[in-house]
Design a protein around this ligand. Structure first.
Ligand SMILES: [Fe+2]
Length: 261
């Protein structure tokens, strides 16, 4: 039975800046596949390489799958994921944005997801709030539109694309277990009830989850521990988070909440 470990939001650069190592207690020796579900670092174009080099001390990078979260796009372009793919491939890791991975009797469906900006029902107001408060809309650009700054309609468009892909793949029969892995949250119950810009962190995908009922849905982005069920789907937040969230480095091994086998 393959052992798969899924984590998100390692924010390796923030730990480094704090003079700490988030991998101090990492032991991936028993792990057949490590999935990094976004936010490995800010500015992936310069920081993924050193972060992946650090991870390579714990696991062969041929066993590592990665896709970007919002932070990875900072100082980069939303529509140039090919650059991130080249970095991952260049060090021998797998870039798995909108990718299905099959390992034994487990299939993983991986994508960033973003959000529909619909929590609370007012997309326009949510978009305006996100533009004002989220660094995503200051630090990411869109190359095909003359490098203009990212706007909420760009991320909701990507969300619609990723969601359509998930819906299509989840509709395809599979004999084993199905695990969805996204960066953004598929349900608001992983958010603080009074948090700001909630619509930029989660969408409410209850209907899609109930329709397909995958075995697991792992996600990150909110840095808030959460584990809950919708029908027969177990949803688990696998964010590691910022150094301030931890008195000592997290235990990243087979006991991690994002480990399945
Ligand atoms: Fe994030």
């Amino acid at each position: 039975m393959p052992k798969i470990l899924i984590l998100a939001d390692l924010h390796y650069d923030f730990w480094q800046e704090a003079g700490r190592n988030p991998l101090a207690k990492a032991d991936f020796s028993e792990i057949d596949l490590l999935v990094i579900a976004g936010d490995l670092s800010n500015k992936a174009q310069v920081r993924w390489k050193p972060a992946l080099a650090a991870i390579s001390h714990h696991i062969d990078l041929s066993k590592v799958c990665i896709f970007p979260g919002n932070h990875d796009f900072y100082d980069g372009r939303l529509d140039r994921e090919d650059k991130l793919e080249a970095i991952a491939r260049g060090v021998g890791a797998h870039f798995v944005q909108i990718q299905e991975i099959i390992l034994g009797d487990i299939r993983l469906l991986c994508c960033t997801l973003w959000t529909d900006m619909m929590l609370g029902g007012n997309r326009e107001r949510n978009g305006a709030e996100a533009m004002e408060r989220m660094n995503d809309y200051r630090c990411i650009r869109v190359e095909r539109e003359h490098y203009r700054k990212l706007r909420p309609h760009h991320t909701t468009d990507v969300h619609a694309h990723h969601l359509a892909w998930l819906d299509e793949r989840l509709s395809a029969p599979f004999y084993g277990r199905t695990i969805v892995v996204t960066h953004h949250a598929p349900h608001p119950s992983s958010l603080a009830p009074d948090g700001a810009v909630r619509a930029a962190y989660a969408s409410d995908l209850t209907a899609l989850i109930a329709r397909h009922q995958p075995d697991y849905w792992f996600f990150g982005h909110t840095h808030r521990e959460a584990s809950f069920r919708i029908e027969r789907t177990q949803l688990i937040n696998v964010s590691v988070g910022y150094p301030n969230d931890w008195a000592s480095a997290p235990r990243l091994d087979a006991s991690w909440r994002g480990c399945v086998w």
